[in-house]
Ligand binder design. Sequence first.
Ligand code: UDP
Length: 373
Amino acid sequence: MNILLVGAGLSGAVIGRKLAEAGHKCRIIDSRDHVGGNCHTERDPETNVMLHVYGPHIFHTDDQEVWDYVNSFAEFMPYRNRVKTTAQGKVFSLPINLHTINQFFDKTFRPDEAKAFIEEQGDAGIEDPKSFEEQALRFVGPDLYEAFFRGYTEKQWGCSPTELPASILKRLPVRFNYDDNYFFHKYQGMPRDGYTAMIEAILDHPGITVELGTPYNSDMADKFDHVFWSGPLDGYFEYEHGRLGYRTLDFKRFNYEGDYQGCAVMNYGDRDVPYTRVTEHKHFSPWEEHEGSVCYEEYSRAAGPDDIPYYPIRLVDEQAMLNMYIEKAEGISGVTFVGRLGTYRYLDMDVTIREALDAARYFLGCVTEGKPT
Ligand code: UDP
């Protein structure tokens, strides 16, 4: 079959590869001039530092098949995401762990003492936390919430934590030991030559052609037997029910001779600092040595029509619009919607790959069984 894949990010590459290996002809288009979507990495010509051009991407997973998959296309180097935060004039360890609690409250608690203390801080009256704020007040109490979450979240999401779902905060653990690994997953690492090289390797198959700088137009679809769409879900339907909300990011780059902050990611919890965090990219490749350094101050704002979408917002009133688009997407045949933009969900890279592998298998199963795709 002739397959069109719109978007040369992780979803398009993984699906294209699976289908090409099964003998289908895949054409992958992307309006940008590089593959990899928002995972794109490139070497800075000035310092030779590997830049995460659209912000930090750290690969972590519990999914054995996905881990084996990425390792078959790239050499992964050990990497532990250890994040710090500057708040109220001091630097603390994240995610909240025993060190954070002891530093913040000026204590020398052991784990069970810290646990009892934090339980006292939490508002036990909030039985079923619905919002981000309720979740924070219930589980860490007002002081830690104020220092680490309130300001950062207002900057990141552009709204009050009372309007955001509790699920956003549930991504972050609270630990009563000194483990400061940001993620829980068994596997964590960074591709030695960056994500773009890994995605190029996935795309390197005779059954795949990639055309960059090529936006989709609706005349293209007629020439193909099936389309995989990893662009924005509402964009496919020309925004006929309105635009789904996204946050976009602006990066203010600066160079530094030496080591600017001593870690890859420094968050800023205070409201009067306009950026959410500063990333220092050479620390994403700790196995490399660089004299010069490149940092990005990261600013979040509502995405306009011409901005690159990053985080789906999914506020309550957006749900109705999303449902209309989902209904439309389910009602058409010959198109599969995939990935973060195609399904309007916040997806980690490992989940994106898992879903792409599953979508390719489902499609191939339908083809074999002669079912409509
Ligand atoms: N968050 C916060 N302070 C921090 C880090 C995170 O308030 O220092 C909140 C913020 O609302 C963020 C959410 O916790 O969106 C989830 O954090 P995560 O690190 O998963 O954010 P992401 O990697 O998605 O930017």
